[in-house]
Design a protein around this ligand. Structure first.
Ligand SMILES: [Zn+2]
Length: 293
């Protein structure tokens, strides 16, 4: 119950919680629908955000949300249901009627795990009572409570679905990915992670691991904290302090090895582009000289 309370009370966290991430000036009024071109912020995002930001917007500038008038750190998404940007957004949960994001993810997963365990305990107890009734022929003398049958069926169905959901969430934590990123990686529908590939010994292209994947153990600690106490109890291991470390939902540690490979790929890609444009130039010049002759 306390994990449930903390999930809602703490909330997922939003860039709007940080005054430094708000955008006050636009080159055009964002509310002016008459202008077709989208407004550009007239200011730069704060340095504590930019030093760690990997993902850029379509025009190669830092990502921002014109609906919320704020900068979007990595892993932030605008939630249409709650109407604002959510840090490390996972999903909108209709059972909680709130978004699950950076600050309440741990409590949410603890809630799932504890509720799943509770359901199996209740299922075990109710099955035991029902078994005793049928084994001792008690059912011939007295009525069986409908509540008992209901609790047995409900605990089984909820236990089953909550266990699946808890296992899925723990798997996501082990990979340091959110449900949204998981879908993006599966479909790659936005062409994100342009340089996220390498070639194996046979020359076959394969995808690199997620850039935020720090190894299973560290990934778990990033969400649940360092100690047993923090793993089991709904204690906060995050801080809403803008420019302090990696506990604020704005800055994330990255896998250095993957990052190096990204950089190499980007460099190679640039070289290739340069060579291509040189080649095109040469062909054009040759054609022109041909025409002159
Ligand atoms: Zn937004």
């Amino acid at each position: 119950m306390f994990a449930y309370f903390r999930t809602i009370h703490t909330g997922p966290g939003s860039p709007l919680d940080y005054p430094q991430l708000r955008i006050n000036n636009y080159s055009e009024n964002p509310l002016d629908n008459a202008s077709r071109s989208s407004p550009r912020p007239d200011q730069e995002p704060p340095e504590f955000m930019t030093v760690h930001t990997l993902k850029l917007g379509g025009n190669q500038g830092f990502r921002y949300c014109s609906k919320c008038s704020c900068w979007k750190p990595d892993r932030t998404h605008h939630c249409s249901k709650s109407g604002k940007c959510i840090l490390k957004m996972d999903h909108y949960c209709p059972w909680f009627s709130i978004c699950i994001g950076y600050f309440n993810y741990k409590f949410f997963v603890q809630f799932l795990c504890y509720t799943a365990i509770y359901c199996w305990v209740v299922f075990g107890v109710s099955v035991k009572i029902l078994y005793d009734i049928f084994a001792t022929d008690k059912y011939q003398e007295e009525y069986i409570s409908i509540n008992l049958i209901l609790v047995c069926v409900l605990s089984l169905t909820f236990g089953f679905s909550l266990t699946l959901f808890a296992l899925f969430s723990l798997y996501m934590i082990s990979k340091n990915t959110t449900t949204i990123e998981f879908q993006e990686q599966r479909w790659n529908y936005r062409g994100a992670d342009r340089y996220n590939y390498e070639f194996d010994a046979n020359g076959k292209q394969k995808k690199l691991t997620n850039i935020f994947d720090l190894g299973r153990k560290q990934n778990f600690k990033e969400v649940f904290g360092e100690s047993w106490g923090a793993w089991l109890l709904p204690i906060s291991v995050t801080e809403k302090v803008a420019n302090l470390g990696f506990k604020n939902g704005i800055n994330f540690k990255i896998n250095e090895e993957v990052y190096k490979k990204w950089c190499t790929n980007a460099e190679l890609q640039n070289q290739l582009n340069e060579q291509l444009s040189n080649f095109k130039d040469r062909v054009r010049r040759e054609r022109e000289s041909y025409v002159e002759v």
